[in-house]
Write a protein that binds this ligand. Structure first.
Ligand code: HAM
Length: 456
């Protein structure tokens, strides 16, 4: 009789599968395993404890300085970055992952976090909140750059942004947070700082800069010629030898700042002196994003002069025009972002250990399947009881399980064999002395809590 639809189907016990006919499984021989894209990387378990330290310290700093977390999407309309980062920047011209989505909209993987934060500030009417609004974020960014040490196509930033204040103390405080975050992690740093004034006062300077480089055009690389024509400020950031040789005699932007810009910069430096953050004035520091005004800065590992390309651990500055540029109300702002891959690399180079998982207080060892079943339940009881517990359910021999317990440094091991399963007991082994005692399984969580409290 055919089974009625509403009747529960009887589940048949699984029958071991017969060997499948050879032709049903196409041979995969010779096909290489899928590879990572160039410039992308896996963050493997052995790196995770250092990543966790970075995340922990960033979060603690954000809490201590009253920043609220924001998460913006990884994918945005490409127009956002054209308007925010600037059409003539390397990031937008060469490095953005831009594509058409299935609806035909031009979208981009975010190359940085500030543009998305400014967009969110406008979209959610944050201008109506008490100002300044202090936000932090952490997540992946994408730039199609030439991969090399410390430069990836997917990388992670932790960023801090303060929107709604012109005060110079904000710039200094952000720089201090960047430096202190890295110091907390065990990384001494040096700071480079400059002011690039306002777009209006910059015009005269840019004309002078172009005049200065014009007689030397033939010596310049194609890239630098392009910069000189489209975005002259960026030539100061060139690592090309020809430019490097000319730079010491080039006009310096600080000499062209108007009085309010000069005053703002002086105040920032005074605040930095006050909190004893040493800095180097770098008149050629301009940064690769167009939204900056006034203060710009980069943070390097102590001893690093910034000549090695791609070595800044963190960077940022003031961006007073960005929100308005994105059609929001005029909102002065300042911020910075830490490059997490570079920080983790520096921690590894300096042998700074990571946060690590908490050391288990109890290890669970079992002999046989019946004991495993008990263990599965007991493990969860320990966890719910707030006791850090570990196991090696994949191992069979007691010896190798005890070795695992020793390796993890658990002070106690619970052992359950066939007999203990039947008796409703467990063996408690003190891993230091090797002493063992039998205990009631029903009371074991509270017994161990007591023992651990006595040990502490
Ligand atoms: P940025 O200088 O482009 O600034 O990036 C900040 C940091 O991100 C760099 O100092 C570096 O540590 C890291 N970074 C950048 N590109 C890469 C890469 N390809 N691979 C690995 N790490 C990288 C910004 O993105 C601004 N949004 C910072 C900011 C926030 N300004 C104001 N608020």
């Amino acid at each position: 009789m055919p089974a009625r639809k509403d009747q529960p189907k009887k589940i048949k016990a699984p029958v071991p599968a017969k060997e499948a006919p050879k032709e049903a499984v196409p041979a995969k021989k010779g096909k290489p395993a899928p590879e990572l894209l160039r410039g992308f990387r896996d963050i493997l378990p052995e790196e995770q404890s250092r990543w966790q330290s970075v995340r922990d310290v960033v979060r603690a700093m954000a809490d201590a300085y009253s920043f609220d977390r924001i998460d913006t999407p990884v994918l945005e309309r490409s127009d956002l970055f054209l308007r925010a980062v600037g059409k003539q920047t390397d990031i937008v011209e060469k490095e953005m992952y831009v594509f058409e989505d299935p609806a035909g909209d031009s979208v981009a993987l975010r190359p940085e976090g500030t543009a998305g934060v400014a967009r969110a500030y406008i979209n959610h009417g944050m201008v109506n909140l008490p100002q300044p609004v202090k936000l932090w974020y952490e997540g992946p960014m994408f730039r199609h750059e030439r991969p090399q040490a410390g430069r990836y196509r997917q990388f992670h930033q932790a960023g801090f942004e303060v929107l709604g204040s012109t005060e110079a103390i904000i710039d200094a405080q952000l720089l201090m947070i960047a430096v202190q975050t890295l110091k907390e992690l065990g990384l001494p740093t040096t700071v480079q700082v400059n002011s690039i004034g306002t777009p209006e006062t910059r015009q005269a300077y840019l004309a002078e800069l172009v005049n200065f480089f014009r007689p030397h055009r033939s010596k310049l690389s194609e890239d630098d010629k392009h910069r000189l024509q489209k975005n002259p400020l960026r030539i100061l950031d060139s690592k090309d030898v020809a430019v490097q040789e000319l730079l010491p005699n080039a006009p310096q932007i600080v000499d062209w700042l108007d009085e309010p810009s000069k005053n703002h910069f002086m105040k920032v430096l005074e605040f930095l002196d006050e909190v004893e953050i040493p800095y180097v004035l770098n008149p050629h520091l301009v940064r690769g994003l167009d939204y900056y005004t006034h203060t710009v800065f980069e943070v390097y590992e102590a001893g690093d002069t910034g000549e090695r390309a791609q070595s800044a651990l963190a960077a940022g500055g003031r961006y007073d025009g960005l929100v308005e540029q994105l059609s929001g109300r005029p909102t002065p702002a300042c911020g910075f972002a830490i490059g997490m891959e570079r920080v983790v690399r520096a921690l590894i180079e300096r042998n700074v250990p990571g946060a690590g998982r908490p050391r288990p207080q109890v290890f669970f060892a079992q002999l046989g399947d019946a004991a495993r079943r008990v263990g599965l339940k007991l493990y969860e009881q320990f966890r719910q009881g707030g006791i850090a517990v570990a196991e090696a359910f994949g191992k069979n021999a007691l010896k190798s399980q005890l070795e695992a317990a020793n390796k993890l440094g658990a002070p106690f091991t619970i052992i359950i064999g066939q007999k203990e399963v039947l008796d409703g007991t467990v063996i408690v082994r003190d891993m230091d002395s090797g002493a063992q005692e039998i205990a009631d399984r029903g009371k074991i969580v509270s017994i161990l809590k007591k023992k651990l409290a006595e040990e502490a």
